[in-house]
Design a protein around this ligand. Structure first.
Ligand code: THG
Length: 369
């Protein structure tokens, strides 16, 4: 059993926190200095709702780092290797951020919300500090702030029907990562077709935290006919889908090429960006490990792994598993992790050292489904 976490005022709460507690929240992690809801006590039901129905997730931990001012685009271009030519208001982009050594420091969704304002919807690492530091060092005319914005995700095949109920039919015309500022009655929101699952769905970015409970209740009410229920970014589905969890899958050396994020980094673009020189070298040398799917034998896995599991081959350390689960859809134990390229060339199989067992595993391509 993991020990209990001591939580004080430094650990912030999302505006949906009270509503989530009332609806049975049982476990939380910590993410961007906030409680991150992780479980309502029935992982199987939460998985089934996401795959076959619709679930609502408090993902207020996906904090927005707002770049505001005449140089907002110039700063965004410096921060990400994603080519931002043709960026428009209303179309988001997945935009990895690297440090000067080409190591991944975050993998946010980027949204241009106004002519002079860009948001980075960040994963769990302090990017406001980094962005403000870079803005200062490059003497850019831009402010970096964390606005009062908190996403609520509605995910699953029936999410669209729920959103149509709430907002109307225009919701169906949103492209993947497309978004629109609107009002839900008196609640200011941005609605985006996005979310950390491959089951389809939306994220409602609440733009005034006083309405947290009100928004939660309205979504719940609109979803009643579709048996909506609470959930959280789903551990099993994200392994099946190969979605990256920054900080879990990455270590302090991970670069975007190891992680398979090549298509989101444009080394040929004319814009300079932080990490470009280092990434050019990494590209030319090639990577020596890759983020892969893994199939593992043995009894059905339950729960989640507290530590990374070491992977060995003939006694040599050749990588780690960062998340492992039993997949009901594949009827197999599956995992994601970082595996040495050499280990995958010489011999297919390796040993995965779980907390209380050793299992035989084999690397396969992502996504697993
Ligand atoms: N939504 C919002 N903010 C976020 C996340 C989110 N911040 C934290 C975290 N998630 C950021 N990381 C990711 C990782 C993967 C994806 C989105 C955010 C994702 N990836 C797809 C994939 O890899 O297949 C699609 C990428 C693409 O084709 O452009 O969706 O979920 N608001």
């Amino acid at each position: 059993m993991p020990i209990q976490l001591s939580v004080g005022p430094r650990v912030r709460k999302s505006p949906f926190f009270e509503a989530a507690i009332r609806d049975g929240l049982q476990a939380a992690s910590v993410y961007n200095h906030m409680y991150m809801p992780t479980s309502y006590g029935d992982p199987v039901a939460e998985y089934e709702r996401l795959i076959h129905g619709v679930a609502m997730w408090d993902v207020g931990v996906e904090r927005q780092v707002a770049l505001k001012g005449p140089d907002s685009l110039a700063l965004a271009r410096l921060l990400t290797g994603r080519n931002l030519d043709g960026l428009t208001i209303g179309q988001g982009k997945y935009a990895p951020l690297c440090d000067f050594h080409g190591r991944l420091i975050n993998d946010p969704v980027l949204l241009q919300v106004a002519d002079d304002e860009i948001w980075l919807s960040i994963a769990d690492y302090d990017i406001a500090l980094w962005a403000a530091g870079i803005a200062g060092a490059y003497a850019l005319d831009v402010e970096v702030i964390e606005p009062d914005v908190s996403p609520l995700a509605v995910q699953g095949p029936k999410a669209e029907a729920v959103l149509v109920e709430l907002f109307g039919h225009w919701i169906s015309d949103l492209k993947y990562f497309g978004f629109q500022k609107t009002m839900l009655g008196s609640i200011p929101v941005i609605v985006a077709r996005s979310g950390w699952s491959k089951q389809g769905g939306y994220e409602i970015y609440l733009m005034d935290s006083r309405f947290g409970t009100a928004l939660w209740e309205q979504v719940k009410e609109a979803g009643r006919a579709y048996q909506i229920g609470p959930g959280a970014p789903n551990y099993i589905e994200r392994v099946e889908s190969g979605l990256i969890s920054y900080g879990a899958d990455t270590d302090d050396k991970s670069n975007p090429f190891e992680l398979g994020l090549d298509r989101f980094i444009d080394l040929e673009q004319s814009s300079d960006f932080i990490g470009k020189d280092a990434l050019l070298k990494i590209r030319d040398h090639g990577v020596n490990r890759r983020f892969k799917g893994i199939l593992m034998d043995g009894p059905k896995l339950t729960g989640t792994n507290e530590h990374r599991w070491q992977i060995s081959q003939q006694g040599r350390d050749v990588g780690y598993v960062s998340a492992a689960a039993f997949s009901p859809r594949l009827d197999s134990n599956i995992a994601v992790g970082m595996v040495s390229v050499e280990a995958m060339q010489t011999e297919a199989r390796f040993d995965v050292h779980c907390e209380d067992c050793v299992r035989s595993g084999i690397a396969v391509d992502l996504p697993l489904i």
